[in-house]
Design a protein around this ligand. Structure first.
Ligand code: GDP
Ligand code: GDP
Length: 434
């Protein structure tokens, strides 16, 4: 599963700085889920192909009261949700009583944490760290977050290899993995029950922690699937649990671990900003997307028209994603979603030979030449596939850095049309030979 890393520590030790370094290429997509995440900030990072989720917590002083106590509670909840806890301390300030209190809290939580001594720049790192060994952590990393020093080697130690994670998931959950995500109350649980209702659930999987989404393998018309249920329908035992049932971590993980994401939105409310944030996560992760517009029952023609018009307008940028108008409650429209899911899966996992991709590139070039830069024409020579889920097309040429966005979009549209890529975003990488 996609690892989750929580950053904890006193204010000013450098948590945000480290967060920004770890999520560097994608900080624009760090969504602010007002009302859902409270004091926690979520980001995604990619270290040599291994993706991970980082949570930056508000900061702990170790002796909080009042409003700070709530913040501390949130930090500790983030610790609960994480696979890897990084406890940051300030190598310049030296050990403080606040650090000791936090260390005790972490110990009580029972989660193994790694000590990270930050701000080791401009001093002997070992000297900077000396103080902190008495906190008794087995694993200690010395970094300088603002200088991007020590972070690589830390991640190398902490993160499993990307291939291992993918193999692990594929082995445990064979077939097409479908993530069901959406805001609270849009009908995810109802949809999961509906989708499973008629099917034979092969194995009923119940992981031990409350943090994880539930992975439910099943078979449908001879095809294997795994539903990744972020709403935790099958585990929910009490009313109390429903309060916290929406978890951004579960959502991000479900997206990462899926081949195809079904984003559920509530037709009665139309598309809201949080839906767009979730779409942003899906695109950023490069997963195929199907939009389920739920609660379509009991809406009159005029209301339906308005919703369709709004979706067409605001989702124009992902017009390659299918929309299904469904009623999870009554079951209408649910079965045909599988057609989209299958097509999306095939697109996400498709393999194209180099000569085919190169032929498409050549045709595209004949139709529209790339522009001149400094009197020289940008040359694109050949294309090959660099990966799947999301499909990655690597285009080789020269001066590719100067290729305008509009031309890249033209290429993307051309490849999408000719290869009939459905629901999946296509990634491009341009490489210059000179
Ligand atoms: P947070 O409150 O824990 O999130 O801390 P910030 O990331 O906001 O950092 C607090 C201050 O420490 C900022 O002024 C940073 O520029 C500075 N800082 C962060 N990392 C380093 C570092 O590695 N070296 C030095 N010298 N300063 C750092
Ligand atoms: P979740 O929080 O996304 O898991 O949402 P739930 O599945 O718990 O559904 C929230 C509420 O919406 C419940 O009262 C459901 O009965 C209702 N609901 C779910 N799907 C539909 C639907 O297709 N039509 C109607 N009318 N109500 C629905």
């Amino acid at each position: 599963m996609t690892p989750v890393i929580a950053l904890v520590g006193r204010p000013n030790v450098g948590k945000s700085t480290l967060f920004n370094q770890m999520t560097r290429s994608r900080d624009a997509l760090v969504a602010d889920f007002a009302g859902l995440t409270r004091d926690r900030k979520y980001g995604e990072g990619n270290f040599e192909g291994q993706r991970f989720i980082v949570i930056d917590t508000g900061g702990l002083s170790g002796e909080e009261q009042g409003i700070d106590a709530e913040m501390a509670r949130q930090s500790l909840m983030a610790v609960e949700e994480a696979d890897i806890v990084l406890f940051l301390v300030d190598g310049r300030a030296g050990l403080t009583s606040g650090d000791e209190l936090i260390a005790n809290q972490l110990r009580r939580s029972g989660k193994p944490a790694h000590l990270v001594v930050n701000k080791t720049d401009g001093q002997d790192p070992d000297m900077a760290a000396a103080d902190f060994y008495q906190l008794g952590f087995e694993s200690v990393y010395l970094i300088a977050a603002s200088h991007n020093r020590g972070i690589r080697s830390m991640l190398e130690h902490l993160l499993p290899a990307a291939e291992e994670v993918e193999e692990d998931i594929a082995e445990r959950y064979p077939g097409i993995r479908i993530g069901i995500v959406g805001r609270p109350n849009v009908g995810k649980s109802t949809l999961v029950n509906r989708m499973l209702g008629e099917e034979r659930v092969v194995v009923y999987d119940m992981p031990g922690t409350t943090r994880d989404s539930i992975y439910i393998p099943y078979e449908r018309l001879g095809e294997q699937y795994t539903l990744i249920d972020t709403a935790g329908v099958r585990r929910r035992k009490s009313v109390k649990e429903t309060v916290e049932k929406f978890s951004i971590i579960k959502t991000l993980q479900a997206i990462e671990d899926a081949h195809v994401v079904i984003l559920v939105i509530d037709a009665r409310e139309g598309l809201v900003d949080q839906d767009l944030h979730l779409i942003g996560f899906v695109l950023d992760a490069g997963r195929s997307l199907v939009i389920a517009v739920n609660k379509w029952d009991g809406m009159d023609g005029e209301q339906r028209g308005r919703v369709k018009e709004q979706l067409a307008r605001r989702l124009e940028f992902i017009d390659y994603a299918d929309k299904h108008f469904i009623s999870a409650l009554h079951g209408s429209g649910v079965g045909v979603m599988y057609d989209s899911v299958k097509v999306c899966y095939e697109s996400a996992m498709a393999k194209w030979p180099t000569n085919r991709l190169t032929a498409i590139l050549e045709d595209a070039l004949t139709q529209h030449q790339p522009p001149l830069v400094n009197g020289r024409r940008i040359k694109l020579r050949y294309a090959h596939q660099g990966g799947s889920n999301p499909p990655l097309i690597v285009v080789h040429g020269n001066q590719t850095n100067a290729l305008p966005g509009a031309y890249k979009r033209y290429l993307e549209n051309t490849f999408r049309r000719v290869l009939d890529v459905h629901g999946a975003p296509i990634r491009f990488e341009f490489r210059s030979g000179e």
